[in-house]
Design a protein around this ligand. Structure first.
Ligand SMILES: Cc1cc2nc3c(=O)[nH]c(=O)nc-3n(C[C@H](O)[C@H](O)[C@H](O)COP(=O)(O)O)c2cc1C
Length: 197
């Protein structure tokens, strides 16, 4: 499957797929990780700012650095995943604006002078991209286990010291094991979550 020709049923990324907690030993290739990013990058962001930065942790050495920085009950889940993606927001995303947002004259300079606004923009839009990222993992035929129970500051110190990257979640990636997902939790119905005005 190439990202250009991929055409899949919506159920493949929504109703048929679950959050994965335990994975089989089947490996995930770097090619598949490229495919995930090549889809996820199309998630729309404000000013096309694209602040999400992804670190795919897949070697034993890198995993040994990451696992102690996850919530205790989350460690085993990530240990069983062939790949764990660290999702971080680049608070210096504005450096790229002249290229990715050529229509927004002066935006880079305005964000450079507004640390608080820039940090908010980075985290909000990186979260938005994280949703697209999870669906992209599913779209390439893999399973995803997003987790927010992490020591984000600890991950920043271990992986991103001296950089403007701010970790906000990790996503376990692989092929879900037979008993690797919980039963589906109830979803709110249309009438509970939606108003027609
Ligand atoms: C932002 C976010 C943070 C989450 N944090 C954790 C976590 O720390 N540990 C965990 O076991 N599951 C975590 N989850 C998994 C959710 O509980 C799960 O996606 C949700 O219950 C839906 O489950 P389903 O896909 O099986 O329907 C997290 C999910 C998201 C999207």
């Amino acid at each position: 499957m190439t990202t250009q020709t991929a055409s899949i049923a919506a159920s493949t990324i929504f109703s048929d797929r679950h959050t994965a907690y335990r994975f089989t030993s089947e490996q995930v290739t770097d090619g598949q990780l490229h495919q995930v990013y090549e889809l996820a990058k199309f998630t729309p962001t404000a000013l096309n700012s694209q602040p999400l930065r992804v670190t795919f942790v897949r070697t034993a050495e890198a995993k040994a650095r990451l696992l102690p920085l996850l919530g205790e009950t989350n460690r085993e889940k990530s240990a069983s995943a062939p790949v764990v993606a660290i999702l971080a927001a680049d608070t210096d995303f504005h450096e790229h604006l002249p290229v990715v947002s050529p229509h927004a004259a002066g935006a880079k300079e305005r964000f450079a002078a507004n640390d608080e606004g820039r940090a908010g923009m980075a985290i909000n839009n990186a979260w938005l991209q994280a949703g697209g990222f999870i669906l992209a993992v599913r779209a390439v035929g893999l399973d995803a286990g997003p987790m927010g129970g992490i020591n984000a500051a600890g991950i920043d110190a271990e992986f991103f010291a001296g950089t403007p990257l701010r970790t906000f979640m990790v996503v376990n990636i692989g092929h879900v094991a037979e008993d690797g997902a919980f039963p589906r939790s109830p979803r709110l119905g249309f009438d509970q979550a939606v108003s027609l005005a």
